[in-house]
Design a protein around this ligand. Structure first.
Ligand SMILES: [Zn+2]
Length: 167
């Protein structure tokens, strides 16, 4: 059922109802979101529930009742991570950071202890990060940035690790 068929059916289904051209245009715009089979189901339901020519709000309420506005199960869908360049000085809007740690020995209280420090931070997909070669005393952790971009739900929660010699 097309949108205009839906309107004509309603006009014949509800006695003494005819829309003006302007009203038809408004209905057409609002009905465009539904498929033909959805319109047919909405029409059947409306015949049973509507006392007079259905207002757009009633058509939408009926569509909602029939479950036509329900989102797909989000766990079924692959959600690519989308981001906009931003002026975050760490991630540039990407939300993910490559953090390069360097480990070394230092002497504390006459004891030699292994310690580490952050050596560099790159936006995860930046050219500089991709061409960066880890030295044998470095390793990389992928972390969420603390800016708004870093709170995107599409960034995996797992922190990845990379050490020298591995890809
Ligand atoms: Zn950031």
């Amino acid at each position: 059922m097309t949108a205009i068929e839906f309107i004509r059916q309603c006009e014949s289904g509800f006695l003494h109802s005819t829309l003006t051209d302007d009203q038809v245009a408004i209905y057409m715009t609002k009905l465009r979101v539904f498929s033909g089979s959805q319109l047919a189901k909405i029409y059947e339901k409306i015949l049973e529930t509507c006392m007079s020519f259905p207002k757009i709000s009633h058509i939408y309420a009926t569509a909602a009742e029939l479950g036509f506005f329900e989102a797909h199960n989000p766990s079924d869908e692959f959600k690519p991570h989308r981001w906009e360049p931003a002026d975050c000085e760490f991630c540039a809007g990407e939300g993910e950071l490559s953090v390069i740690f360097d480990w070394f020995y230092e002497t504390r209280d006459d004891r030699r202890v292994e310690t580490e420090r952050i050596n560099r931070i790159f936006p995860y997909s930046s050219h500089d990060r991709i061409k960066y070669k880890l030295s044998p005393t470095e390793y990389e952790r992928i972390e969420r940035c603390s800016c708004a971009a870093g709170s995107a739900k599409t960034i995996p929660g797992v922190i990845k690790l990379r050490i020298a010699g591995a890809t």
